[in-house]
Design a binder for this molecule. Sequence first.
Ligand code: MF3
Ligand code: CO
Length: 258
Amino acid sequence: MAEWKSEEEIGCIRRAGQVVAECHDELRRRIAPGVTTLEIDRFVERLMAERGAKPAQKGYCGYPFATCASVNEVVCHGFPDSIPLQEGDLVTIDMVADVDGWKADSAWTYSIGKPQPAAARLMEAARRAMLRGVAECRAGRRIGDIGAAIVQEARAHGCSVVSAFAGHGIGRSIHEGPEVGHTGIAGSGARLEPGMVLTVEPILVAGDGKVWIDRDGWTARTRDRSWSAQYEHTIAVTEQGPMILTCLQSAAGHAVIP
Ligand code: MF3
Ligand code: CO
């Protein structure tokens, strides 16, 4: 079931969201050839601790790390490891910060050095698809409108959306209702109302979007080995429209739109 948050509660989630945004901002500068995803994982855990936050993914349903680190054909839930990232790789770092019991969730795909042209196009398509989905997070729209907008944008770039993973409500728990499908049908599903807090996190691929899970029970990869990109924000539905809770706030309090 969906939970409705008060303005004050949305403010609490935004504080967690600010920590996540700062972590991603640090990663943007630090990720380079030779860095390992385990180093990134430890770095994020330290940054969160310095900001009074906990990495909520660690221990969640038995997940063993602070971050998910998904390289190239891994679509999500990859384990951080000690393999050095190489020029041209794509790595998606997904993290959830917990501040005083409130959670915020954001994933971002980074290229290691300069991306190949096809990878750059995939990243751009995925980021645009996410923003199209976010734009639908307004009172009166339906859940299906989010996925429909995402699929339309993905197709315009010649990409598929992985349908096996969905966004979700978030708040005191990482996963709350409603489920936010990324391949929805316009006009279908629950009506969005002010106070809902959701993640929008479409995974885009150049291939057919079919995935399987490794024997570790977590790592999801494309069957056809095509690479993936994913951008995720935590969004509040407000009377004034969608409010991104996981983007950087400037000193003046303005959101810095990704
Ligand atoms: N952050 C993920 C999401 O976007 C949740 C990861 S669950 C975990 O839904 F167990 F891997 F942490
Ligand atoms: Co996430």
